[in-house]
Design a protein around this ligand. Structure first.
Ligand SMILES: Nc1ncnc2c1ncn2[C@@H]1O[C@H](COP(=O)(O)OP(=O)(O)OP(=O)(O)O)[C@@H](O)[C@H]1O
Ligand SMILES: [Mg+2]
Length: 336
């Protein structure tokens, strides 16, 4: 797979020193489709051996970024390195070091499931025996052994997704790109995938994944970048993101539905922020900075206004709440 031309380039363009701890380094990436700026000054730095979650609403530019990093698409501007190699100047070196599970399935519909995995192994120059052994390991890991001799043509979305993942990690690549790896998977199979990802990371693989499931990012990602309109609008650990966006959430459930309006006025006055009203749950939610003061003052004001309280809770925001506040969009798939 390594062309001579490519090797020459590798010696000419030694990776920059400071990038040696980074598996992915992106600076000011831009990509337009006609009038649409799919990426517009996109930056990213993913340390080796970590999981980075790329979150963003539909059309934010996530898949475009992944496609550029996997050398499937050329950027218009900026630069990107994967495992120290430039995606534009050294694409073969990059391809040699990555696995990709794209948003759409890439498996062959005529071959059996086992034959598909063996074929991917052979593409990566495994011997027939080694390819067969690896295929068997992956079939077991993704609970596909009993379907090994069937073609994926009649697979459910979840089974196909598991086969895609297995094919993407044939070589335990140093850097793995997963574009919505668990879309359409039921909770059990999502956790199978999560376990698979975790075991790869434990062996040293760096993972960059996109997802609409915020709990997935919360579970898997060491670091999250939120992308909107082609650029990063917030980043940090899941905890940092939750903290940066208004600290704790205060939930109040008045004893009477009829008191929701009056309770909302109390909360708005005490916290200076308009609470969210969840009519069905009879719950009011508002972000608070000074948690204990906000709690005690709210309860005192509720009492002096003659409003009985059924329940009260101070909690960390969910990533969904963070995401909505950042992008103004609800995530496009419901978390199960
Ligand atoms: N081949 C293409 N031709 C024209 N426009 C495109 C093409 N691919 C993507 N776009 C546009 O570029 C923008 C970014 O798309 P991209 O697929 O990267 O978003 P995404 O974040 O992956 O969205 P999703 O969550 O829906 O997968 C969108 O406005 C999209 O319509
Ligand atoms: Mg996409």
């Amino acid at each position: 797979m390594r062309g001579r031309h490519d090797m020459t380039l590798a010696t000419q363009h030694r990776p920059l020193r400071e990038s040696t701890d980074l598996a992915v380094r992106v600076e000011g990436l831009g990509k337009r489709y006609g009038d649409t700026a799919a990426l517009d000054g996109f930056d990213l730095a993913v340390p080796r051996g970590t999981v980075c979650g790329l979150l963003g609403p539909n059309g934010a530019g996530k898949s475009t970024a992944i496609r550029i990093l996997c050398t499937l698409l050329r950027p218009d501007s900026g630069r990107a390195e994967v495992d120290g190699f430039d995606v534009v100047r050294q694409p073969m070196h990059v391809r040699y070091r990555i696995g990709l599970v794209g948003q759409n399935s890439a498996v062959d519909e005529v071959l059996s499931t086992r034959a598909n995995l063996e074929m991917f192994g052979r593409l990566y120059h495994l011997s027939p025996r080694a390819a067969r052994r690896r295929a068997d390991e992956l079939l077991a890991q993704f609970a596909l052994t009993e379907h090994a001799d069937q073609s994926p043509r009649k697979f459910s979305g979840g089974m196909r997704r598991r086969l895609d993942l297995a094919a993407g990690i044939i070589m335990s690549p140093p850097v793995l790109f997963l574009d919505e790896p668990t879309a359409a998977l039921d909770p059990v199979h999502r956790s199978d995938v999560w376990a698979g990802v975790r075991s790869l990371v434990a062996q040293g693989t760096t993972v960059l994944l996109t997802t609409h499931y915020l709990d997935e990012a919360d579970q898997l990602a060491d670091h999250i970048s939120v992308i909107d309109h082609g650029r990063v609008i917030a980043e940090g650990t899941p905890d940092e993101l939750k903290t940066a966006l208004g600290g704790d959430q205060l939930d109040i459930v008045p004893a009477e539905s009829a008191d929701l309006g009056a309770a909302r006025d109390v909360l708005a006055r005490v916290t200076g922020t308009e609470p969210q009203v969840h009519e069905a749950a009879r719950r009011l939610t508002v972000p608070v900075r000074n948690r204990v003061n906000a709690l005690t003052e709210t309860l005192r004001e509720m009492e002096s206004a003659g409003l009985a309280v059924h329940d009260v809770a101070l909690r960390r925001p969910t990533l969904d709440e963070v995401f909505v506040r950042l992008t103004g969009n609800a995530p496009s798939h419901e978390s199960p």
